[in-house]
Write a protein that binds this ligand. Structure first.
Ligand code: HEM
Length: 445
């Protein structure tokens, strides 16, 4: 087909397309532009050109490690202030990426994650106990005006608050002209002190472990004592701290956002909720979740897949082209070194792949071999290739365990029955102002 220019919305001098950005909710702005410009568009943010890819076909074309590599620019480059050459934010050629990747890959495989089941259940049961205590305290206070106080609501822990503030500011910084950034010393000081606070916590954890070794071989142990089979090198303390922070960044908001979205879709679709609870009841037979139960719940798998399709909590990823190339069968020219955004949030709703009801939550489309038969890279919430998510088996086991455990014991509903999905975004996307009620199920044994 004939060559075309990549469409671009009208620009202003110096700032380019900054006016087209949605500061509070970037994916909303990018979705609107996709509706307007179609499969591909280019925007210029302060001289930085970004090419957005909005269809399965284009996402599939750049899912190729031989021709495109992960790009660490924009907000991800700001996150580097904290996590540096840790796995998630490392530049392509930094030696610590390859070393940490080889050291940690075995520690993150399905078998190793299976050994974490006990720890995951420990934390999960704390949540369930907390929710049960809420019910107990409520009935005690309402029926006998007696405060059992077995349930304590803490404010958001300091570490989580620092993380949220830090990541949010990383995005805003990446869209701020440098002359403006220079004027915002207070904001920068807060951002730096959030990073320092988190770094100090991770450093304390590392030092404490070195002074007090434990029997268990966890990820920290692997990083402290394993050697890279290829180079014989280990990781420096600095690299270990950066990777500890990386796991906290990469493994916290993504999984929690997925569980929040899944909760929303289940409440919004009562028929799905009933089907899922029926599956959970049948497989568990009234017992707590065991590892071997997880592979026996195909509907649970379908619900998680469909949630990650409609609401991928890591909503986009960036790649750089290694050489001059063409996209869409020669239609669009792309220079070597261009920044391309795989717009996961938009392209996983591509009607060419999913049909007219692509915007709807329908887990059935993920069942009975339909998922396996999809066009390549139609579903890519964990990224792609060598820079794809190392924590995928971890996240899958965690979310399956927690959601099955919750649904076994509780019926969920909205506090506001008219609630409709609203979004908030830092580095990841989450539901906004989603408040739910959890009621102990009558039939729960
Ligand atoms: C990378 C998504 C959970 C650790 C990624 C990427 C995506 C992703 C899309 C690729 C980023 C890019 O191309 O720039 C998710 C989702 C999760 C999840 C949706 C949960 C539902 C986790 C967990 C951990 C983790 C639990 C750690 C325990 C990482 C790391 C990388 C990564 C270290 C960087 C890998 C590398 O570049 O070598 N994740 N993730 N993720 N994820 Fe996850």
């Amino acid at each position: 087909s004939a060559q075309s220019k990549i469409p671009q919305p009208p620009t202003l001098p110096f700032i380019g397309n900054v006016a087209h950005l949605d500061r509070e909710l970037p994916i909303q702005g990018f979705t609107l532009l996709a509706q307007q410009y179609g499969e591909i568009y280019l925007i210029d943010i302060l001289g930085r050109k970004l090419i957005f890819l909005n269809t399965q076909e284009l996402a599939n074309e750049v899912s190729n490690d031989a021709a495109f590599r992960k790009g660490v620019v924009g907000s991800l480059n700001e996150v580097r202030y904290l996590s540096g050459d840790g796995l998630f934010t490392a530049y392509e050629d930094e030696p610590n990426w390859a070393i940490a990747h080889r050291l940690l890959l075995p520690a993150f495989n399905t078998m190793a994650i299976r050994d974490m089941m006990e720890d995951m259940r420990d934390i999960c049961s704390q949540l369930l106990l907390k929710w049960e205590r809420v019910a107990l305290d409520t009935i005690a206070l309402c029926s006998m005006s007696y405060r059992l106080n077995s349930f304590y609501t803490e404010n958001q822990p300091a570490f989580a608050a620092a993380m949220t503030d830090f990541l949010k500011e990383c995005y805003i910084r990446s869209t701020r002209p440098s002359f403006m950034q220079a004027l915002m010393s207070g904001t920068t000081a807060k951002w730096e002190s959030d990073a320092k606070f988190m770094t100090d916590v991770a450093t304390r954890i590392l030092n404490d472990r070195r002074e007090n070794p434990i029997e268990k071989k966890d990820l920290l142990d692997t990083m402290l004592y394993s050697k890279d089979p290829k180079t014989g090198q280990g990781l420096s303390d600095d690299a270990i701290v950066k990777n500890l922070l990386t796991f906290l960044i990469a493994g916290h908001e993504t999984s929690s956002g997925l569980m929040s979205f899944m909760t929303y879709y289940l409440i919004k679709n009562p028929e799905t909720m009933r089907k899922l609870q029926a599956e959970v009841d049948e497989v568990l037979g009234g017992q707590p979740v065991q590892y071997q139960d997880l592979s026996k719940m195909p509907y649970l798998t379908a619900v998680i897949r469909e949630t990650l399709r409609l609401a991928p909590t890591a909503p986009m990823r960036m790649v750089k082209s290694l050489e001059d190339t063409y996209l869409a069968k020669g239609k669009y020219f792309v220079k070597a070194g261009s920044s391309l955004i795989v717009n996961t949030w938009v392209y996983q709703k591509d009607p060419k792949v999913w049909g007219e009801d692509a915007q709807e939550f329908r887990p059935e489309r993920m069942l009975d071999g339909k998922f396996e038969a999809l066009p390549p890279q139609s579903w890519q919430p964990f990224g792609f290739g060598m820079r794809g998510c190392i924590g995928r088996p971890f996240a899958w086991q965690e979310v399956s365990l927690v959601m099955a455990s919750i649904l076994r014991k509780f019926d969920l509903s909205f506090v506001d029955p008219t609630y409709n999905l609203e979004l908030k975004q830092a580095l990841t996307v989450k539901p906004k102002d989603l408040f739910i009620r959890a009621k102990l199920r009558h039939q729960a044994p």
